[in-house]
Structures are given as C-alpha cells and as structure tokens.
Design a protein around this ligand. Structure first.
Ligand code: NAI
Length: 467
C-alpha cells in the first residue's frame, strides 16, 4: 500500500497530524498499536482530570455547610469513580475514532517499524504488512522513566499508569518526584484519604514553576495534609511486614517512610525502541529524536513530533507540532514556535504558567517589573469561596511587553490563555489592562495584575507611608 503521509502513533500528536494531512488532501495512514488517543486520553490528562473532578466534588461536599447546604452521611464509592473515569475515556476515544474515520484516514492496528526511509513494516494481529509512504511522521510518545534505586521492582512500586487502574485507595503512598505527575496524583489520592509523602531530589518541589507560586503551593499542599520533603535522595525501597519502607537521605540523616504504595513520578522518556530508526538513518539519542523548526528529522521527509522529540512533553505541544509537521509534509511551509506554550498543573488550586519565570528573567539579566494581584480581592473568587492564590505578571520595564504570566488559583488553566495570547503576539501589560474584562469574573484578576505593572491597581488598598 502506498500513502502520501504515514503517521506512527495515534496520540494527541499523531492523530492531529493525520487529520491535518488529510484536510490538506493527502492519502493518509495512521498506525497505532494500542488504543487511539495515546497517553493523554488513556493514561494521562483525561483520566486524571476525571478523577480530579470527583475529588473536587468530594471536597465541595465536605464544605457544603459553608454554602448553607446540608448533607449527612456522605461517602464515596471509589469503584464507581473509576468506572466513570473509564466511561469518560471510552466516550472521548470513540469521538477520536469517528473524527479519524470521517477524514478518510486509513487506520492500521499494529506496531510499525522502518525498513527504509519511505517504508514501514506493520505487525498486526493478522501478520506483517508492508507500507510505502512519501512522508512519515513519528509520534510514538513517551513512557514513565524508572529510577536507579534498589527495590524499584517490588510489586508495591507503581507508575502513574498503574495508579489509574487501582481497585481501592491505598492507605499510604510515598511519591518519588515532585513534578507535575507527582503533585497531581498526590492531590487526587490525598483527597480520597491516602496519607501522602512526596520526596523530591532537587531543593524545591515543582522546580520548573516560579518560586513565589511554589512557596504558596507548598503551603496549600501542607494544608491538604500532603507532606513534602525536598533536597532528599531515595536510597532504597525495602519490603516490610505491611507494604514497603522507603529509605530517604533527607540531608539530616536517613529517614524511613513506611507506605502501602510507592509512586515513581521521576519524569518520562521518549519511545524510540523497536522503531527500526537505523533502517531509515534517523538520528536519535537518549533524549529523543532531534528535529528542526519544521519538525523534520535529519532525514528529509521524516518528521518527529511530541514527547518522542524530548521537548515540552505536553499534549498541546504535540498537537501543535503535529499540525506543523503535517503542513510541511504536504508541501506547505510551517514553523514550530515553542516560545509561548502554556502549561498547567491540575491541583486545587490550579497552577498555570506561560513565558518566563521571575528566576529565568533574572538569569537572563532582563530589566523587568512584576505585578501581583490576589484572588482574595476578586469578587467572583469570594462568591465561589476559592480565594487562595494570585496572578503574577512579569513585563519588560520600559515597554511593558509581557514576558511571563503565572497563576495559582481557581480556573488558572483557563485564565492563562490571555497571557499566552499576549506573549505570542508581543502584547503589553497595557493592552491587557485596557481591554474591558467582564464583571464579576475571575478574568478581572488578570486585568488588575496587568494594571499593576504601571502601579494602577484599583482593587488594592494603597499602602500609607509609615509615620
Ligand atoms: P517532571 O520532569 O515534571 O518531574 C519529575 C520530578 O522528579 C523532577 O522534579 C525531578 O527532580 C524529580 N526526580 C527525578 N528523579 C528523582 C529521584 N530519584 N528522587 C526524587 N526525585 C526525583 O516529570 P513528571 O512529573 O513525571 O511528568 C512527566 C512529563 O509529563 C512532564 O513533561 C510533564 O510536564 C508531563 N505532564 C504534564 C501534565 C500537565 O500538563 N498537567 C500532567 C502530567 C504530566
């Protein structure tokens, strides 16, 4: 069989690339060895956000008296929560399958490997098929990385994939790694009563987040009853009478943490094995497949997108890169811009960020101003009873051009888009501040913070000079 474009991998990078290539008139093949939707839909974004929604509703139920509501004998059914998660995933998966079909994309269920720069061998249930394609897009994603620690293969030691299939909530869990996976899963498990301790080897949790937000998040995690230990090294995981014991060098000696489960959340690694990349001459290393700004590998006509490139391992980055690769494969000229990619951490409260952190702006020796506005001073946040957090804006001192926006608070993941739009289009804090924001909404926090770059926040009491 011969195609204009063959895509390996049906995640948010691959299926979007396939659709874009089909929209541009290509005869397209999409090869997927598991379920359509990739990690994002099957083991990542969607199932975790579904569980987080149940956790959020459970927290709301516990706080209902604050809103004048009464509920007695409240409880939850973890099996039903998992059942809903499976239904949500299955429904969305059906949607993607329909989309792909409606674009006349041929789908092959199997594992693809290169046999040449324009050839793939696809191993399916019924045997091995060979395929020829003018252009090939690699979108094979990533898997959780392991850690070189004794005891890592014990049955109590799990990845985020395993946690999504749990039959019941563990009584206690040690989480190794305080990145996005570690913190999000901790929040879910804690909400359902699990005792959680997070161990991070770097000096701070969420090392990629603006320091000021990290401090506030640390407080919020503590309030939720999640313990965090940063600057600590896991020495070993050992079997115990009940579960395991995690031995951690905290810098002040070795401490032991008993736990029913241990979650390894120490990053992800690109999937390059079994792809026959050598047969096509595609260069790769431990960090993934290097690509140029057109998402093309060292071999013309072969592209790589998403987690397998090792850059910005986010579903929306993969989808954007997928469109860029498909457009180039179909003869257009399209360039990937990694400059204004928002990223979000779905905890309560949420974190969302785009552009530079204050630490990065300082390291680059930029002359900048910062401004902050607290959700506690926003009418809508008060009505919602969700006043924890702030919007922090970083802007060039002389022009006011937006460099970064960092939000900790309710619906941060939705609010951040104003910052992404501003940074992508070189807008200034004035452009945001002088755009009318509807009242009463959370978006006013962004506007007020933008006003603050020039010192003009309305809903902030003036500090009187001390006598
Ligand atoms: P990560 O790279 O974000 O964080 C891993 C953390 O583990 C780091 O802070 C690292 O210092 C720490 N670590 C590594 N080895 C360790 C050890 N031996 N002991 C203690 N700490 C150790 O990776 P994570 O959280 O696993 O996520 C993987 C990828 O998936 C990331 O690129 C992330 O952005 C993405 N993702 C995004 C989500 C979102 O957008 N909401 C949700 C989940 C994942």
């Amino acid at each position: 069989m011969s195609y204009d474009v063959a895509v390996i991998g049906g995640g948010p990078g691959g299926y979007v690339a396939a659709i874009r290539a089909a929209q541009l008139g290509g005869k397209v093949l999409l090869v997927e060895k598991e379920n359509m939707g990739g990690v994002c839909l099957n083991r990542g974004c969607i199932p975790t956000k579904t569980l987080l929604k149940s956790a959020e509703k459970w927290e709301d139920l516990k706080r209902c008296a604050e809103f004048g509501l009464k509920a007695e004998n409240i409880s939850f059914d973890f099996a039903a929560i998992m059942e809903r998660k499976n239904k949500v995933v299955a429904g969305l998966r059906g949607g993607i399958e329909q989309l792909v079909k409606s674009n006349d994309i041929t789908v092959m269920r199997g594992a693809a490997a290169f046999t040449g720069a324009n050839n793939l061998a696809v191993t399916t249930e019924s045997g091995r098929e060979t395929v020829e394609a003018a252009k090939i897009i690699i979108a094979t994603g990533s898997v959780p990385s392991g850690i070189p620690v004794p005891g890592r293969d014990l049955p109590a030691v799990v990845t985020s994939d395993d946690l999504l299939e749990l039959a019941e909530v563990p009584k206690s869990m040690v989480v190794i790694g305080a990145g996005v996976v570690g913190v999000e899963f901790s929040a879910v498990m804690r909400a359902f009563g699990c005792e959680v301790t997070i161990v991070e080897m770097l000096p701070t949790i969420l090392p990629m987040v603006d320091g000021e937000l990290v401090k506030r998040m640390g407080l919020s995690l503590r309030k939720q009853g999640i313990k965090t230990i940063a600057g600590a090294k896991v020495m070993a995981i050992e079997e115990a009478a009940e579960g395991v014991v995690v031995k951690v060098d905290t810098g002040k000696g070795v401490q032991e943490f008993p736990a029913e489960k241990v979650l390894i959340a120490a990053g992800r690694r690109p999937v390059t094995e079994g792809l026959g990349l050598e047969a096509a001459g595609v260069a790769y290393d431990r960090k993934g497949i290097p690509v140029n700004e057109r998402m093309e590998t060292n071999i013309p006509g072969i592209y790589a997108i998403g987690d397998v490139t090792g850059q910005s391992m986010l579903a929306h980055t993969a989808s954007t890169a997928g469109m860029v690769a498909a457009e180039n494969a179909m003869g257009q000229r399209s360039i990937m811009d990694y400059g204004a990619i928002p990223s979000c951490i779905f905890t309560a409260p949420e974190i969302a960020m785009v552009g530079l952190t204050e630490e990065e702006a300082t390291a680059r020796q930029l002359t900048f101003k910062t401004s902050k506005f607290n959700f506690a001073a926003n009418g809508k946040a008060v009505t919602m009873g969700e006043t924890d957090g702030l919007v922090k804006i970083i802007a060039e001192a002389d022009t006011g051009k937006l460099l970064g926006m960092h939000i900790l608070g309710p619906h941060a993941s939705d609010l951040i888009m104003e910052g992404a739009l501003a940074i992508k289009n070189s807008l200034t804090a004035k452009d945001i501040a002088h755009t009318v924001h509807p009242h009463p909404t959370l978006s006013e926090t962004v506007m007020e913070s933008a006003h603050g770059i020039f010192g003009d926040i309305i809903h902030q009491a003036k500090m009187k000079p001390r006598r």
